[in-house]
Design a protein around this ligand. Structure first.
Ligand code: F6P
Length: 327
């Protein structure tokens, strides 16, 4: 049975990701399609608590599918982590006459969404938007594919100069808790070694591998380091390697927030559009407390509690592929 909803609020929360705009657009236009009023809430949960929202229409989201960032802006809101903060948000939610909420963000944002749904009986659906791809319940998060392409483009350029100067480059990519970006871009860029938090192989392994590369005739090397790797980051790793291999001319590049920006890839735009439509449809079906995601090409839903508590593991087979093809 279809649930009668007159208005739905949508917000983006946590670190921004390319494709968030495409997801907002899809939520807004699906609302319009079903005769529901879509409210865009600015600056995440902070904006919800402060009542920063406006009624959108199909034209308000025109020409944003190709834009990075989030036009609603995003924030990490500490107050929403407290019961008082969520109460304030609920008071505003009721006062504005909202019936349901769509939260586009990562696991921190979903923790808030789950509590909000449980404490006040508010229908809430999550859409995974983070470049890190570290959300359980979906094969891909919005923004991940674009970030991969951004990293590949940057590393290809660094490879040119590394080769010209016979240098060893340590390149740090994002991924506070996860190595998806590092592992996949490492393979895509032909990195000699990839260091990720999920599989710490230690300094000895890296040094041995570099020595082997040298013996095999390589004159330059690329090491991709996930920021969450246990080695302490690319600078620290470079320092340790230089101590062991003083003859190497090494450089460090931290790609940083460039990975979070840029026009979303086609894959991210399509993913965001599919998940945005699905989120509103689930609300109309009376569902709440779930995240929409993509599994084996199909849109699926996962309890927010599982999305938060379970870990999206990397494919260990990819590490083997990386080792074999980097000989
Ligand atoms: O969006 C995820 C992420 O990019 C992490 O990989 C990174 O550690 C973090 O966000 C940085 O976030 P912020 O710039 O908001 O502190």
């Amino acid at each position: 049975m279809t649930k009668q909803l007159s208005s739905i609020g949508v917000l983006t929360s946590g670190g921004d990701a390319p494709g968030m705009n495409a997801a907002i657009r899809a939520v807004v236009r699906t609302c319009v399609h079903y005769g529901i009023k879509p409210y865009g809430i600015s600056e995440g949960y902070q904006g919800l608590m402060e009542g920063k929202m406006e009624l959108l229409n199909a034209r308000s989201v025109a020409n944003i599918i190709n834009q990075g960032g989030t036009f609603l802006k995003s924030a990490r809101c500490l107050e929403f982590r407290t019961p008082e903060g969520r109460q304030q948000a609920y008071d505003v939610f009721k006062e504005k006459g909202l019936d349901a909420l769509v939260v586009i963000g990562g696991d921190g944002s979903f923790t808030g969404a789950k509590l909000f749904a449980e404490e006040f009986g508010v229908p809430v659906i999550g859409i995974p938007g983070t470049i890190d791809n570290d959300i359980y319940g979906t094969d891909f998060t919005i923004g991940y594919d674009t970030a991969l392409n951004t990293v590949v483009e940057a590393v290809d350029k660094l490879r040119d100069t590394a080769t010209s100067h016979n240098r060893l480059f340590f390149i740090e990519v994002m991924g506070r808790d996860a190595g998806f970006i590092a592992l996949n871009t490492g393979i895509g860029c032909g990195a000699e070694e990839i260091l990720i938090p999920e599989a710490s192989r230690g300094l000895d392994h890296l040094v041995n591998s570099l020595e082997r590369s040298g013996r095999a005739g390589k004159t330059s090397s690329i090491i991709i380091v996930a920021e969450g790797d246990k080695s302490g980051g690319a600078f620290e790793l470079a320092r340790q390697v230089e101590e062991r291999l003083p003859n190497y001319d090494s450089k460090v590049t931290v790609l940083g927030h460039i990975q979070r920006g840029g026009s979303p890839s086609c894959a991210d735009r399509v993913l965001a559009s599919r998940l945005g439509v699905a989120a509103v449809k689930l609300l109309r079906e009376g569902q709440s407390g779930v995240m929409v995601g993509i599994r084996n090409g199909h849109v699926v839903s996962t309890f927010l509690s599982d999305a938060i508590s379970q870990k999206q593991g990397i494919d260990p087979g990819l590490l083997e592929v990386a080792d074999i093809v980097s000989l």
